[in-house]
Design a binder for this molecule. Structure first.
Ligand SMILES: [Mn+2]
Length: 302
């Protein structure tokens, strides 16, 4: 489907109908406020993914021989603003939604999560949204747009689904006030996760919703910028690699994950670290996901 694909996998014989997971690049940015360039993220991530080993040393298996991924063609960037782009994303993915396919989207800026979550919520009305992000993204509007990357979680909150937000460490006074009035947004700051066992509280809270359908949105700036310096709006004091893996494992174990995205990777000249971390995080997430699916149904593709 796409000449440069995820992990350089052999996609012979695969189609969107038969693949377990569809990788959907969405090279879009327009509202990024600090450093533009996240539209170059998907290409850089896919390139870096070719350096990821296909053997998962932690689980002792080769996940891509048990589950299948197909990398789709890019959704072209719409230059007429985020609302138009959101419409394009919805239209582009409609047929996959009708088939209830699992889509892992690659941004691009965080705005792309809005139509992705909306689409999955249509299929699964009980959806619970998990967001990893340094920023609250709860602004009503930002720089003239209600669909700026800085408003992503505000728009998702309007969809009336519980939200679990991990890695928060930057927000405005107004966002803090809004957050305090939103019982359905469960927040776990970076500091709580790093120093006060915040992931234990997260596991307990999410366990109360075990079995509900989940969507995972990973703004890569949730991780510490020493690990991912290439991001649109870096914030110090972020999560470590192994926090991310622990979160993936909890999420995969606690509910069926129906959709996911990874956003805000900004390739930097002279370093491939950030895109490699993103590519490896995709690999680990899919490895856990396929491992869990095989555990639930050992007769499928063993
Ligand atoms: Mn962010």
């Amino acid at each position: 489907m796409r000449s440069l694909n995820f992990l350089g996998l052999d996609e012979t014989g695969l189609s969107p109908e038969t693949a377990d997971v569809l990788i959907q690049p969405i090279p879009y940015d327009s509202t990024t406020s600090f450093q533009p360039g996240t539209r170059f993220g998907p290409e850089a991530i896919l390139q870096a993914s070719h350096q990821v080993e296909l053997w998962d040393e932690e689980l002792g298996w080769e996940p891509m021989s048990c589950g299948t991924c197909l990398t789709l063609s890019d959704i072209p960037r719409n230059h007429h603003g985020p609302e138009m782009m959101i419409g394009d994303i919805k239209a582009h993915l409609q047929s996959y939604r009708d088939q209830k396919k699992m889509i892992l989207a690659l941004g691009g800026e965080h705005t792309i999560s809005i139509p992705l979550v909306q689409g999955v919520k249509q299929n699964y009305p009980d959806l619970v949204v998990l967001v990893l992000d340094a920023h609250a993204d709860l602004r009503e509007s930002w720089e003239g747009s209600s669909f700026s990357h800085a408003c992503t979680l505000r728009r998702i909150a309007e969809l009336d689904c519980p939200i679990f937000h991990l890695g928060l460490r930057s927000l405005s006074k107004e966002e803090q006030k809004f957050l305090s009035d939103q019982p359905q947004i469960h927040s776990y700051s970076s500091q709580e996760i790093l120093f006060h066992n915040g992931l234990d509280r997260f596991r307990d809270d999410l366990s109360a919703m075990a079995g509900r359908n989940l969507y995972l949105s990973l703004d890569i700036d949730a991780l510490d910028p020493s690990l991912v310096p290439g991001t649109g709006t870096p914030e110090p004091g972020g999560l470590a690699w192994h926090h991310l893996l622990e979160i993936f494992k909890m999420v995969v174990a606690l509910g069926p994950v129906r959709g996911a995205d990874i956003c805000e990777l900004l390739p930097l000249p002279g370093s491939r670290l950030s895109e490699f971390v993103v590519a490896k995080s995709m690999f680990k997430f899919l490895s856990y996901l396929f491992f869990q699916l095989r555990k639930e149904n050992p007769y499928v593709r063993t």
